[in-house]
Design a protein around this ligand. Sequence first.
Ligand SMILES: C[S@@+](CC[C@H](N)C(=O)[O-])C[C@H]1O[C@@H](n2cnc3c(N)ncnc32)[C@H](O)[C@@H]1O
Length: 228
Amino acid sequence: MDFAPFDKRHYPVLSVEDGYGEWAATYEGTVLDLMDIRLLKRLHVPWTEMRRAADLACGTGRIGAWLKSQGVGVLDGIDLTGPMLEKARARGVYATLKQGDLGASGFESGAYDLVTENLAQEHLPSLVPLYREAARLLRPGGRFVCVGYHPFFLMQGIPTHFDRAGGGSITIKSHVHLMSDHVRAASGAGFTLAEMDEALVDDDWIAQKPKWETWRHRPVSFALVWTK
Ligand SMILES: C[S@@+](CC[C@H](N)C(=O)[O-])C[C@H]1O[C@@H](n2cnc3c(N)ncnc32)[C@H](O)[C@@H]1O
């Protein structure tokens, strides 16, 4: 579903490559770990047993760095946006980094214990290629950890956005995927749900973003762990 009918902010909309190409310089200073890393820490994934992992839409490598700090072994990453990948490359946590679409990574089939995809689903017109690719990459018994910006939050009209250096806010082309869309795409790719969690706007969020008092108690992000 296109995000446009829900949009309450009406910021100019850029493509993924143009938007993240511009945001790359300040991205790390704007995304709060409360959105995703707090959820990742609550999951029951034995990270140290994950010898090989693929990070789809790896961006600047925020999540790659966290995965390495948890003891994950060899890490490969792919992302569409060159300037985001440059930051990831500088971080030095990925064995391989590719520029391309996460639906066709070209990474080795059945070779991964873990596939991650963090905060990119709202930019995908369909979830089917994501889940199909994750299933192709994983060995039997492997895990796909999918963390996202919550569709309920998007449907309140707040898109993924950033503030331009010269002033003004920009959003990046977005789509709304319901949780049932995840279940359908995952089931179609042969996955079984192992774990799910959601994060609400709570005191920790309000402490860092006081204006978010309006959104208190709303679900802002989610984590799904699928097994193949
Ligand atoms: C919000 S950032 C998340 C980056 C990183 N996973 C993180 O959590 O910090 C979204 C990223 O998704 C990437 N992206 C969006 N659509 C993509 C696609 N179809 N294939 C690969 N990367 C994509 C963008 O280039 C951007 O780097």
